[in-house]
Design a protein around this ligand. Structure first.
Ligand code: ADP
Ligand code: ADP
Length: 228
């Protein structure tokens, strides 16, 4: 059973060539994979279809065997709880502590306060920020801020985590550390899809890579074929 499946998915924005054309692939539970391609290739569009900030023009997207075309109205927030999202610019609340930023999705989901603190501490330990609960984002380095963004995205234990250029603002050393962190997440049961234009960085991770070119899926490379 696939955790994520695209079946001949196309997406056109008015007045532009198709951002995605007949894209099909499927992802098994617990897989970690990348989507790469030049700027404008359609990476962000693909991720937006997964967390329902856009809808396909044609074709079907399924998450955990559910056809997202049927997820409408009040069901959209419920779907988004199953899909954690990490952005390039992390989008943290700068006037709130690390703890408050990470706790937010749990509070919105209505989790009891006693449970929230425990879960936030566990997830901060997991991203290497144990003990930094009280810090404000501005007191952290750029790499640490992105770790908070990842903690916030995984604290609700989503089925699927999608990240759009999560290392775009980081120097190569920090970028490699953050990618390594993503690579470790499937061990916790989360399926992970990371978009990055940085093919060198992606190749070094030795994971499956989907390659987009002008909206077409032109390659689906298995880890063992990456050496070439
Ligand atoms: P990438 O993430 O690989 O850079 P995008 O998915 O952002 O690619 O963009 C794919 C194509 O779709 C580009 O030509 C882009 O200009 C276009 N595009 C993306 N979002 C929109 C939008 N909201 N409206 C119109 N065109 C868009
Ligand atoms: P990203 O690709 O990282 O999401 P972008 O700068 O491409 O960031 O897009 C930022 C916003 O602008 C998005 O909401 C996207 O839908 C919109 N956008 C991107 N390309 C276009 C475009 N060619 N025309 C109109 N809106 C666009």
């Amino acid at each position: 059973m696939a955790l994520l499946r695209f079946d001949k998915v196309s997406k056109s924005y008015p007045g532009n060539p198709p951002a995605l054309s007949e894209v099909s692939f499927s992802v098994e539970p617990g897989e970690m994979l990348f989507v790469t391609g030049h700027s404008g290739a359609g990476k962000s569009t693909l991720l937006r279809l997964v967390h329902l900030s856009e809808r396909p023009s044609r074709g079907t997207v399924l998450v955990n065997e559910r056809n997202l075309a049927k997820v409408r109205g009040r069901k959209v927030p419920l779907h988004r709880r199953q899909v954690g999202v990490v952005f390039q610019d992390h989008r943290l609340l700068m006037d709130r502590s690390v703890h408050d930023n990470v706790a937010l999705p749990l509070l919105i989901a209505g989790l009891p306060g006693s449970e929230v603190g425990k879960r936030v501490r566990t997830v901060l330990d997991r991203v290497g920020l144990g003990g930094r609960e009280r810090a404000l984002p501005a007191q952290l380095s750029t790499g640490e801020q992105q770790r908070v963004g990842i903690a916030r995205a995984i604290v609700g234990q989503p089925l699927l985590l999608v990240a759009d250029e999560p290392t775009g603002n980081l120097d190569p050393q920090l970028a490699a550390e953050i990618m390594q962190l993503f690579a470790e997440l499937p061990a916790g049961g989360t399926t992970v899809l990371v978009a990055s234009h940085d093919l060198m960085l992606v190749k070094r991770m030795r994971r499956r890579v989907l390659v987009l070119d002008h909206g077409r899926l032109v390659d689906d490379i298995a880890p063992e074929d990456l050496a070439a």
